[in-house]
Design a protein around this ligand. Structure first.
Ligand code: F1P
Length: 291
């Protein structure tokens, strides 16, 4: 059976997380100081990783942290530091934010010398986590992993969970008709990213919500043959309600970012079952450069 490039790249995540943990001390001084008012900015997967970072940093008590899609950055707000994530370093909206802002910036990118590095105050080059794939997997988790580790998380220890996720059995998940991904706190961002993976790689119907907001309407979608996928802890009452719908419930005691690896794998398996090539997602390129 064909092994797609995205499959090979996502299978390296345990090693990449260990490398990221070892890399952090050399760049930690370029990241926001405790108490600084921060905004995190990115597009696509890098936007969701910005969302995850913002929630992690604020929950760790390290300072107010907002997040924006590049196109929606609020230039009237006052921040001490911007953290900008862009694998390619070429995404138009990101380059434009960096060109326009006067706030000190740290860009996290996979490509040395890319356009974003010309406009950033500081650049963190994680070329070891770069990917050939259009659909981001290891880049996204490495970028968020670096930022989680900077906020006190033991990323090297989580690499063990990544190994488990890479080798785990996916059961019937790739065969369902629809998936609703749920999160809480920083894992809302993982739910969004998982949904994006299935849409990008497999043109698949997925949705993503905060766990408790799911009750406010979207839960009507749940039924037999569809799945509800929960990142992080699941409220017991909501769990009972989900089970009652007949939907397949996916939850895990693994680190939620390792659990995201399972979602990445499911996205690729769905693509294969649909006869799609996840290395060539419809209408997508490695980087969106607006004309
Ligand atoms: C961000 C992004 C990806 C998406 C696609 C196009 O790129 O939107 O999330 O999967 O590859 O680009 P970048 O700014 O992180 O390079």
């Amino acid at each position: 059976m064909t092994k797609y490039i995205c499959e090979s790249e996502l299978a390296t995540q345990a090693d990449i997380w260990r490398q990221t943990a070892a890399f952090l001390p050399s760049v930690a001084h370029l990241l926001p100081k405790h108490g600084a008012r921060v905004a995190a900015v990115g597009c696509g997967s890098s936007w969701f990783m910005s969302q995850g970072y913002a929630a992690v940093r604020e929950a760790a008590g390290n300072g107010e942290t907002d997040f924006y899609a590049g196109s929606e950055f609020n230039f009237t707000r006052k921040y001490d530091h911007l953290v900008v994530i862009s694998r390619s370093g070429t995404t138009t909206e990101i380059v434009e934010v960096l060109q326009k802002t006067k706030i000190p910036t740290t860009v996290i990118t996979a490509v040395a010398g890319s356009p974003v590095t010309q406009f950033a105050t500081h650049s963190i080059i994680m070329d070891f986590a770069d990917e050939v794939s259009v659909v981001q997997t290891r880049w996204a988790t490495a970028a968020l992993g670096l930022l989680r580790a900077h906020n006190g998380f033991d990323l090297a220890a989580a690499a063990k969970d990544a190994e488990i996720a890479i080798n785990s059995d996916l059961g019937d998940l790739p065969k369902v008709e629809q998936i609703s991904f749920l999160g809480r706190g920083w894992t809302v961002a993982l739910a969004q990213e998982a949904g994006l993976k299935t849409r990008e790689a497999a043109q698949f119907w997925s949705e993503a919500y905060p766990q408790f907001d799911y009750r406010h309407g979207p839960m009507s979608i749940a039924q037999k043959g569809r799945a509800v996928w929960v990142f992080g802890e699941l409220d017991p009452k909501l769990e009972a309600e989900i089970i009652a719908t007949g939907a397949l419930l996916e939850k895990s005691s693994l680190d939620p970012m390792a659990h995201l690896i399972r979602a990445q794998r499911v996205a690729i398996e769905i693509a294969k079952l649909k006869g799609l090539d996840p290395d060539h997602p419809r209408g997508l390129s490695r980087s969106v450069i607006l004309g």
